[in-house]
Each structure stands twice: as structure tokens, then as C-alpha cells.
Design a protein around this ligand. Sequence first.
Ligand code: FPP
Length: 267
Amino acid sequence: MDRKETDIYLRLDPARLPQHIAIIMDGNGRWARRRHMPRVAGHRAGVAAVRSTVETAARIGIPALTLYAFSEENWKKRPKSEVDFLMRLLCRYLKAEIKTLNENNIRLKYIGRQHELPESVQREMAEASGATSKNTGMLLTLALNYSARSEIVDAFRSLAEAASRNGGLDHMQVDEQLISDHLYTRGLPDPDLVIRTSGEMRLSNFLLWQLAYAEIYVTQTLWPDFRGAQLLEGIEEYQKRDRRYGGLAPDGQPQRTTRAHAEAKRR
Ligand code: FPP
């Protein structure tokens, strides 16, 4: 940790760290344009930001980190040359990072329609997740070819199949837990904090179900300039928020509710 990170870290309450942080990495293109460089240079510079963020999150004991790397829409709306570059960058990242992920006890997983990605990329992805599957520390989830609406469509399909195996929906308990169990993120707690870089105020089809109660932190920093220190700033801001999950603060005092409390209250 550098000096800046240490200073912010010392101001954090270790007992109230978010259990799951989701990040919309945005602004690579703008970062490059400001430097009169091609867009892909921004993506390349974005890898250093991924590295620093992942390492800091793991080091301070965040149990789960999910990064929105490529949306489903990214494929359809960007030039093939940029998409090909992103694919090569991802493969290179996966190959190069296995060692560091293992040193930091990080387990790697993916969400999104993986089967639509090029086979060579899928192979690299399987290799990296397999090589880190025994780790017991932070779970790093990369959203690749991800769309929250497609995830919900896939959950419906999977639910319909489960229903037909179980003699129809009437024989199943249809509730929020059931829906959560059919999403790509099954087993993961919902994010407490979602960070978006480069100032845009949108969720962009990211984890729409799971972010229902998340605190939103938007920073003007462009993704390639984001580092562990900026992650800690986001966590510091999160710890100042008054999380009510639809409830009221009893006496106008800030109500610092833990997730477990709030969940118990909602039941
Ligand atoms: C958004 O910037 C970023 C992306 C679409 C790609 C994210 C990829 C990386 C950070 C690097 C590779 C990732 C991994 C996991 C190794 P943008 O191009 O939409 O920026 P703009 O809005 O300024 O144009």
C-alpha cells in the first residue's frame, strides 16, 4: 500500500467493509482521446487499474469483487478491431495474472453468456478459473459478454426447466430467494456498493436485480486512472452513507444498519 492508500485505509471502519463491491469500469476511450491516442490504448492502460483494484480489494479483505469488463452491447456496437483487441487483452491478462491471483488467494469466476465468446477465449477463461478454483480468499467475478436483462431471461429459462422437472411451479416456493438462485450470481451476496468511473450516472444493464439496495458511488476519475486509493475513497464514502433498506431512521439519527440486520428486518 502506498502512503495515500494507507491514510485512507486508517480512516475506514474494518467492521463495516462492503461484503461485495461491483464496479462499472468506464472512460477508457476518453482517457485515450485526451492524450490523442487510439481508444485501444485506453483499454491497455485500464489493465493496470484492474490489477491495482483487485490487489487492494483482496488485501483489505473484501470477500467479493465483480468487474463489468464487457457488456453484451459492447460486442454489437463497437468496431471489430476494437473488440478483437479487447479479446486479446483479456486473454493476455488471464494468462499473466494467474500467478498473482494465486499469491493473493483470489478465486476467479465469470458471469455472462460465455458460450458466445470465441472458443480460444473460453479456453483461456476456463484455464484461469480452474487454476484458481482452490483459493479461499476473495472471489473475483468478471462480467464478460454480460447483460442483466439477458441474465433475467436465462433465469426464467432455467426456472421453467426446474418447474417442468418438479411437476410445475405450484410445487415450488416462488420467492426472491428462488429467483436469486437462478441468476448467474447464485450463492453470492448482493453488492453493497457499486462504483462507476468517469462520471456517468447509469447502471447500463449491470446486475439490475442484485443492485436493488446497493449504495451508488460515481467518481469522475476515468478507469485507467483508477487505483486502490480510489477504491478506498469509494469505501470511505460508502461508510458515511445511511443505509435504510426502505426503513426509517428511528429519531432522525443516522441509522447505520448492517446488511444482516436489514435482511432480518425485511423477512
Ligand atoms: C469502458 O470504457 C471499458 C470497456 C468497455 C472495457 C473494459 C476493459 C478493461 C478495463 C481492460 C481489460 C479488462 C480486463 C478484465 C483485463 P469505454 O471504452 O466505454 O470508454 P469511453 O466511454 O470513454 O469511450
